[in-house]
Design a protein around this ligand. Sequence first.
Ligand SMILES: Cc1cc2nc3c(=O)[nH]c(=O)nc-3n(C[C@H](O)[C@H](O)[C@H](O)COP(=O)(O)O)c2cc1C
Length: 202
Amino acid sequence: MLAPVLVAYSTRTGSTREVAEAVAKDLRLARLQVDLAPMRAVKTLDQYSAIILGTPIYVGELPKEIHQFISRFRIPLTRRLSWVFVLGPVLGNPDEFGLAAVQAGTELARSPWFRPVEVKILGGRFDAQLLPFPFNLVRLLVPSQFKGVPSTDFRDWDDIHAWATTVSWRIKPIASQPVEPQFAPEEILIGESAFLTSHENP
Ligand SMILES: Cc1cc2nc3c(=O)[nH]c(=O)nc-3n(C[C@H](O)[C@H](O)[C@H](O)COP(=O)(O)O)c2cc1C
């Protein structure tokens, strides 16, 4: 019996949830058992073999849900392998992926104990109609790069599927081990977390 994997996400307009659903589906195709949930709905990490967190970037910041999640589950997160995927670039500008990696890295560095195996930067989706308050107002009132931008969708589904499949290969041997204790924190801290953009292959 394989221990389940958790795919938890935060979203404002649904695009990160859709990527989380695709990742969960790919992990299931790889015969892993997967729970998919909004970060806020997660009560415990006890049963999980590995954790995948999906989040967007807004105005250079990660949503407070992911910061709260990382703080709430500080101890179990140091004992499990985790991955993060971050949706950001929506303007088709080649510098955006690098900027998003810096933004995500700076934000995640607020919780130095959290050392994901990899932080994957993915293209995002921009749909002005779906923007909730206050982002709809920010977009209208603050002169920004989003002013006048039409709807865009830079999610590269081939890249997302390839990434999810690669992650499933890493998780499979872990999922067949007893869940806790799995990894001493120092084992997790061996290497630097890898930051990959969707232009790079793992
Ligand atoms: C007001 C606003 C600000 C944004 N700021 C950033 C940003 O600073 N960096 C970035 O890479 N993407 C930024 N994005 C793009 C979002 O991360 C992208 O649209 C993402 O797919 C949204 O995810 P969600 O649908 O799950 O909420 C911004 C989008 C909006 C609408």
